[in-house]
Design a protein around this ligand. Structure first.
Ligand code: UD1
Ligand code: CA
Length: 449
């Protein structure tokens, strides 16, 4: 089998009106990543030699988001899906091979499905391969007319379809593979003599058949070709993305006690024998090693969690929180841009930001690193094995040496040497019998009234 060169065209010139958004539709995120990038990521193993994105309004936004990963072509005015592919002519003029046409708002398509389309294109020497699906509700999708021999004879747009044609259950997802040999000849022959007065990409099927060329259909599951036109469809696609992610993690050895309440990002990495309780949210950039327990109600983003650590319940790990091995971060603890080294414990009600907590150090309940003066951020360094008493305020920049002890309720503003005891609070005074006298005086006053 000869592997032919591959080019990708992503259509994204539609107005996206139903999103009611100033953000381009294809940049709305799924699992914390713009839907367009989900598509581009899925394409990576297929090694396309060319990627062209067709945009209408919002070119700058798309350009800023994809950088030099693709060519961007503006389609103005938008005269239909066929016209949208026509405008890529200059980019594809010297391209020889298969061209896969995708929709920027259909981001969940799998590599396997796309590969299958390309394989069938060459195996059957088809001029056009269309990705079909059988939705529960066929709505106004284009209908696929397939002959008894399995050839795709035509795609009938809903607006142009007769009632018998509307009864066809097999629908057009819009995704298509063609070969450069015939592609622009077929596109050049399109007209807009139809109900929508648009240049339909779907008409290439009819035109190819007229030339005696083969056309074929590959079928996909409905969820895979789900299109996103509104916020509620975005939410459905997000649910689909999350369900897949949950299933994948469970398949890889992660226990989810209530899968439907755990939310992952596109890049979440989780090791084996990790247990995750209910209502846990993973924002982008999280990596969790083996044998970690994450208890209920944690919000974790941009954080690394080392082997055997335990987090939560109700913990918040913010960007650049790095937990070593066997670390404990307990309830109502927030960690930001801080390295908590192996075996260290921050068990209750603390804020640790812009800091290092050395190995096996123990941070008492209510400890705060005061890292900000309203203008700048400062670092707190806590040495290995240090013990910080409860309710201490560590005013950064400040260093606490290895093995040092800080008395509870201290406000620490200057360096604490290794193995020293630092107490930064008023010395305790006790006045013997004072309380008894106080009560007597007050009671007498009250009785006189
Ligand atoms: C299209 C198909 C229909 C299919 C349906 C699947 C045609 C004629 N019809 O219909 O058979 O069932 O998709 O959702 O192709 N776009 C452009 N430029 C344009 C018009 C559209 O880039 O001038 C892009 C849109 O951004 C979108 C995609 O093409 O990503 C589909 O456009 P849309 O208007 O939604 O197509 P439908 O009429 O729904
Ligand atoms: Ca559509």
């Amino acid at each position: 089998m000869t592997v032919s060169d591959l080019a990708i065209v992503i259509l994204a010139a539609g107005k996206g009106t139903r999103m009611k958004s100033s953000l381009h539709k294809v940049l709305h995120p799924l699992g914390g990543r713009p839907m367009l990038h989900h598509l581009m990521d899925t394409l990576v193993p297929m090694k396309p030699s060319k990627k062209v994105i067709v945009v209408g309004a919002g070119k700058e936004q798309v350009e800023a988001s994809v950088g030099n990963q693709a060519d961007i072509v503006v389609q103005e005015p938008q005269l239909g899906t066929g016209h949208a592919v026509q405008v890529t002519k200059a980019q594809l003029s010297d391209f020889n091979g298969d061209v896969l046409i995708l929709y920027g708002d259909v981001p969940l398509i799998s590599e396997e499905t796309m590969q299958k389309m390309i394989d069938i294109r060459s195996d059957q020497n088809a001029a056009v391969v269309v990705l079909g699906f059988t939705p529960v509700d066929a709505k106004s999708y284009g209908r696929l007319k397939v002959s008894d021999s399995g050839n795709l004879d035509a795609i009938i747009e809903y607006k142009d379809a007769s009632s018998e044609e509307r009864a066809i259950k097999l629908c057009n997802s819009g995704i298509m593979a063609m070969n450069s040999e015939h592609m622009f000849t077929l596109l050049d022959a399109l007209d807009n003599d139809n109900a929508a007065k648009e240049f339909y990409l779907t008409d290439v099927v009819k035109l190819a058949n007229q030339k005696g060329l083969n056309c074929a259909v590959v079928e996909a599951e409905e969820q895979e070709v789900m299109g996103i036109n509104s916020r509620s469809e975005l939410a459905e696609a997000e649910a689909e993305f999350q369900n897949k992610a949950r299933q994948n993690f469970m398949d890889e050895g992660v226990t989810l006690s209530d899968p439907s309440s755990v939310y992952f990002s596109h890049d979440t990495k989780i090791g084996q024998d990790v247990t995750i309780g209910p209502n846990v949210f993973f924002g982008p950039g999280v990596s969790v090693a083996d044998n970690v327990t994450i208890n209920a109600f944690c919000h974790i983003e941009g954080a690394t969690i080392g082997e055997g650590s335990s987090v939560g319940p109700f913990a918040r790990l913010r960007p650049a929180a790095e937990l070593g091995k066997g670390v404990k971060v307990g309830n109502f603890v927030e960690i930001k841009k801080a390295r908590i080294e192996d075996g260290a414990k921050v068990s209750h009600l603390s804020y640790i930001g812009d800091a290092r907590v050395g190995k096996n150090a123990n941070i008492g309940a209510g400890t705060i690193t005061c890292n900000y003066d309203g203008y700048f951020k400062y670092h707190t360094d806590i040495g290995d094995g240090a013990f910080i008493g409860s309710n201490s305020a560590l005013v950064a920049p400040v260093n606490i040496g290895a093995g040092a002890i800080v008395g509870a309720g201290s406000v620490i503003t200057s360096v604490v040497d290794s193995d020293a005891l630092a107490i930064g609070r008023p010395k305790q005074r006790a006045l013997g019998g004072w309380a008894t006298k106080f009560r007597q005086t007050q009671q007498t006053k009250k009785d006189k009234k």
